[in-house]
Design a protein around this ligand. Structure first.
Ligand SMILES: *[C@@H]1O[C@H](CO)[C@@H](O)[C@H](O)[C@H]1NC(C)=O
Length: 199
């Protein structure tokens, strides 16, 4: 999940020719924040997943991760999971939307797509792939078993408009039943940080 902010920062740059290196400073030591304006009924990531068995060690710009995340999100095994990411930047006292973001109507079908950044940076390191491919983020009691892996909070040769100040990504997961009716307990999380220019 952490990596998604990196992903979106990568997507952020298409048009410009200025290559810049940034370090990303996460604002919340727990990485994920509760959404400040989540949809009604939404729960935060810690109400949907148990991180007690996940070990996160930060060493300068690197997060060392290992261990297990247990999904406790109570939705049905047949539900379809939708995901939406939106990217905001903080400007003059308020969070302003940007044009950057993405949405998928079936997150589970692309969770293991090799072309997606989250595969390269995250799902690739889930050891019990066969189980997770089937259960996806549907709980309760799905365990995501991670091999030890590193996330580097750095953007190198970022080609895009200059990033300044605070940024946040808002991620919303919803489960939708067979009649296409959303469950009343979507997951909403925010990752807030600051892009620090290195050169
Ligand atoms: C993670 O889960 C696996 C499989 O259930 C188990 O063998 C392992 O001990 C767990 N690791 C931690 C850190 O809880």
């Amino acid at each position: 999940m952490v990596i998604m902010i990196v992903v979106l920062l990568l997507l952020y740059g298409v048009a410009s020719s200025w290559a810049t290196d940034y370090e990303l400073l996460l604002e919340d030591p727990d990485i994920f924040s509760t959404c400040s304006e989540g949809p009604p009924g939404s729960i935060n990531i810690r109400q949907a997943m148990n991180f007690d068995d996940l070990v996160v060690d930060q060493e300068a710009d690197t997060l060392h991760l290992s261990g297990n995340v247990t999904v406790i999100w109570d939705v049905q095994p047949t539900d379809r999971i939708t995901a939406k990411l939106d990217f905001f930047h903080y400007n003059r006292g308020s969070w302003e939307p940007t044009i950057f973001g993405m949405a998928t109507q079936n997150f589970c079908s692309i969770m293991y797509d090799k072309h997606q950044y989250w595969y390269k940076y995250w799902t690739k390191f889930i050891a019990n792939r066969h189980e997770v491919e089937k259960k996806c983020l549907r709980g309760p009691r799905t365990v995501l078993v991670h091999e030890p892996f590193d996330l580097i909070l750095k953007l190198e040769n970022f080609n895009g408009p200059l990033l300044r100040g605070r940024l946040k990504m808002v991620v919303l997961f919803n489960a939708v039943d067979e009649l296409n009716i959303p469950r009343p307990n979507p997951i909403c999380l925010e990752i807030r940080g600051e892009a620090l220019k290195l050169k």
